[in-house]
Design a protein around this ligand. Structure first.
Ligand code: UDP
Length: 359
């Protein structure tokens, strides 16, 4: 098959790193980068570190409102699809790049393969939920990471061509964590310049969701919770909230929270695996903490990945310092039967399904 894959954001590069490696053994892949995440630390570093093939197209589309970005991508991806005439379009997850590419393809009658289908929060207030739901409903094949995603699809009457394959993020995690076992990380690039030492004991924080960064109130509560810990917090800051993070650390006089530049994936999973605990609002990082068996508090209203909540391995908290601190007192129980995110071979399973798919 000739498959056009469209990616645009950090977590999609990681999933593409895992799947492209397997997909290209049997199929011709044309890789399209929309440009949604474009600066070197949010894009180039992933392509270099993870040996992702160079994109055949770079559309250079970033910024603007959700509608502006999606509309520009829709037009640009349509041109690529018309030129390439693929047998299928492959998209990941829930970004504006995912939805734009899927809309362009469905109107051209090109079958859509959606990886990470069926993940649901249950509220269209979350901008990514709109992208997830719409993409699932126009896709030909739905690849779910976990049983709860299959159940969510069934609630929406999506039962045809649904495949529970496991999580390509888990494939990527197992693959790369093994390759950097003996690595030692001494310093990280500070957000305000200089080098930040990596201590033995630390917490790992990532926080950039619109819900937690739209105003400074939520982020200041999260930072004050981290400040109360007896050891430092390492916080790689997403470009979206760089200014407010720098401002808050200064204005609140924080000493324990160390702001660092966005990290490459290898550094991120290294820190996530070695942290005393993780606080995040990222769908990917809460799963990685679970994979590494590191206790996690997810500052989010919705259980994005219910499988991680078993045994309090991951707990949801409000952006409220007392709520976060209360959750830290709960001991997680890692006595988990089975592997809810698959066996590390989700990508092979996706390719096996493709072999038998009648498009
Ligand atoms: N990540 C990274 N560098 C960072 C922070 C996170 O490589 O500075 C990785 C993280 O390990 C995970 C992925 O990026 O694999 C998560 O991406 P993000 O939080 O942007 O998106 P989400 O998973 O919420 O869709």
């Amino acid at each position: 098959m000739k498959i056009v894959t469209v990616v645009g954001a950090r977590p999609q590069f990681i999933k593409a790193a895992a799947l492209s490696r397997v997909l290209r053994r049997e199929h011709e892949e044309v890789l399209v980068h929309t440009g949604q995440h474009h600066d070197p630390q949010m894009s180039d570093v992933f392509f270099q570190e993870l040996s992702i093939p160079k994109p055949n197209y770079n559309l250079g589309i970033a910024g603007g409102s959700h509608a502006q970005m999606t509309a520009r991508m829709l037009m640009a991806v349509e041109e690529v699809l018309l030129a390439e005439k693929p047998d299928a379009l492959l998209v990941y997850g829930d970004t504006n790049s995912t939805l734009a590419a899927a809309l362009a393809a469905v109107k051209l009658h090109i079958p859509i393969l959606h990886v990470e289908a069926g993940n649901r929060l249950g509220s269209l207030v979350n901008p990514e939920e709109v992208n997830r739901v719409l993409t699932d409903h126009i896709s030909t094949a739905l690849f779910a990471c976990v049983p709860s995603s299959v159940a969510a699809l069934a609630r929406e009457n999506l039962t045809q061509n649904v495949h529970l394959v496991g999580d390509p993020m888990y494939d990527a995690f197992l693959y790369y964590v093994k390759r950097q076992k003996n690595r030692i990380l001494f310093f990280l690039p500070g957000l305000a310049g200089g080098q930040v030492p990596v201590p033995t004991d630390f917490a790992y924080l990532t926080c950039h969701r619109e819900e937690n960064t739209r105003t400074e109130e939520a982020l200041s509560e999260i930072l004050l919770a981290m400040e109360s810990l007896p050891y430092p917090t390492l916080y790689p800051v997403h470009p979206r909230n760089k200014e407010s993070a720098l401002h808050l650390v200064y204005a609140l006089g924080l000493r324990q929270v160390q702001l660092v530049e966005p990290l490459g994936y290898l550094d991120s999973i290294w820190l996530c695996s070695r942290a005393r605990h993780v606080v995040t609002d990222s769908g990917g990082v809460q799963r990685e903490a679970f994979f590494a068996r590191v206790p996690c508090v997810t500052v989010f209203d919705y259980p994005a990945w219910p499988e991680t909540l078993v045994g309090n391995c991951n707990q949801l908290a409000k952006p409220d310092r007392e709520d976060i601190r209360t959750k830290w007192l709960v001991q997680p129980c890692w006595d988990i039967t089975g592997t809810p995110f698959g066996d590390g071979h989700a990508c092979e399973k996706i390719c096996a399904v493709l072999q038998g798919l009648e498009l």
